[in-house]
Design a protein around this ligand. Structure first.
Ligand code: PMP
Length: 355
């Protein structure tokens, strides 16, 4: 607490990001990054941008990237918004759409940034518990609200919901925005982007951090009706005149131009995920089917905290979850096959020592 802090700063309980170790000695399976590099075309585009006019401001309206995303998803450029990572797109969405007079709804448990943004923007939040299988109970979202936030697949559970569940919710909630956070949708899910043609209240948010390996570049985007995108631009233009820097714009555009690399990388991650899930189940872990680039696991006999600590001693970082609805769990990012072999071998050693 400092006398220099505003009442707002003093009141905040900020989000704590996952650990980003300063040295490379760890196998990093803790923050859902892609283990493979970005497309070589994206890397080349970054080099070109660095050799180009960094002296000049970037395009404040990000036209070329917006056109690229619009073409990719079959929508008009007026239906696309881009931001510095989807975290920023989410923040602008909370500011643009949610009504402080009514509670906004999101699942308990989900991406913990939603709660932080709700507090930052003075919104009431009502958390809807997951069912006993950790699925999102869509019927429970049919209640008075000032907006709804639902990730698909959910995090950290990795569980994917069918698009029809969103159709029903969007249709029965016409006066409020339903924000569908698809940070992990490319790992086997069906995107709700197509629903924006039918539902003016649907906002689909995605990121290039996961399936396109560009977490270090910070690029996210939203697709929705023109009126929603206009709302986001109103907030953005009152906050940050230049959204993405030149290398980020160049990398993002090049990434969308390299579909073959994108497909191949996502496919590799998904194949590894399936193999790892099988092995974990054989070792006695419970793991729901994952629709993301991570698995969410618990072992009936060995405490997740013990696994977390022992893995760390062996140079492997994973994420630990221990809260009322999801106690004693680990969230493990899918790495390369070699990294996952090391992870499984380390687990086998720990489980053997536990008897
Ligand atoms: N949504 C979810 C569900 C996430 O897990 C993350 C990554 N932590 C994000 C959004 C934000 O990703 P980024 O800001 O890198 O686009």
């Amino acid at each position: 607490m400092s006398k220099y802090w505003s009442p707002l700063a003093a009141s905040l309980v900020p989000y704590v990001p996952g650990e980003q170790p300063k040295n490379k000695k760890f196998i990093k399976l803790n923050t859902n990054e892609n283990p493979y590099p970005p497309s070589p075309k994206a890397l080349e585009a970054i080099r070109e941008a660095a050799n180009g006019d960094l002296r000049l401001y970037p395009d404040p309206t990000c036209d070329a990237l917006i056109r690229k995303i619009a073409d990719y998803y079959g929508v008009r450029p007026e239906q696309v918004f881009v931001g510095n990572g989807s975290d920023e797109v989410l923040a602008f969405s909370f500011a643009a759409f949610f009504n402080p007079a009514e509670p906004i709804l999101f699942p308990d448990v989900t991406y913990s940034f939603y709660k932080v943004y709700a507090e930052f923007f003075g919104l009431k939040a009502e958390l809807i518990p997951l069912n006993e299988r950790f699925e999102v109970p869509f019927e429970q979202f049919e209640r008075q609200n000032g907006g709804i936030v639902l990730p698909n697949p959910n995090a950290p559970t990795a569980i994917l919901a069918p698009l029809d569940a969103f159709r029903g919710l969007l249709a029965r909630n016409p006066d409020h925005v339903v924000l569908i956070d698809e940070a992990y949708i490319d790992f086997g899910g069906e995107s709700a982007v197509k629903l924006v043609h039918e539902y003016p209240n649907a906002l689909v948010v995605q990121t290039l951090s996961k399936s396109r390996s560009l977490a270090g570049m910070r690029v996210g985007f939203a697709v929705g009706s023109e009126e929603l995108i206009e709302g986001l631009n109103r907030v953005k233009n009152s906050f940050n005149s230049y959204t993405l820097d030149r290398p980020a714009l160049a990398a993002a555009i090049a990434s969308f131009e390299d579909e073959a690399y994108f497909r191949q990388t996502v496919e590799r991650v998904m194949l590894t995920r399936e193999a790892v899930t099988d092995k974990l189940r054989q070792m006695g872990f419970h793991a729901a089917d994952s629709g993301a680039n991570f698995v969410f696991i618990t072992h009936p006999k060995v405490a997740a905290k013990k696994l977390l600590d022992s893995l760390r001693e062996q140079g492997i970082l994973v994420r630990y979850f221990n809260q009322p609805r999801i106690s004693n769990h680990l969230r493990v990012t899918i790495g390369t096959d070699e990294e996952m072999d090391a992870f499984i071998a380390a687990l086998q050693t720990i489980l053997a020592a536990e008897g």
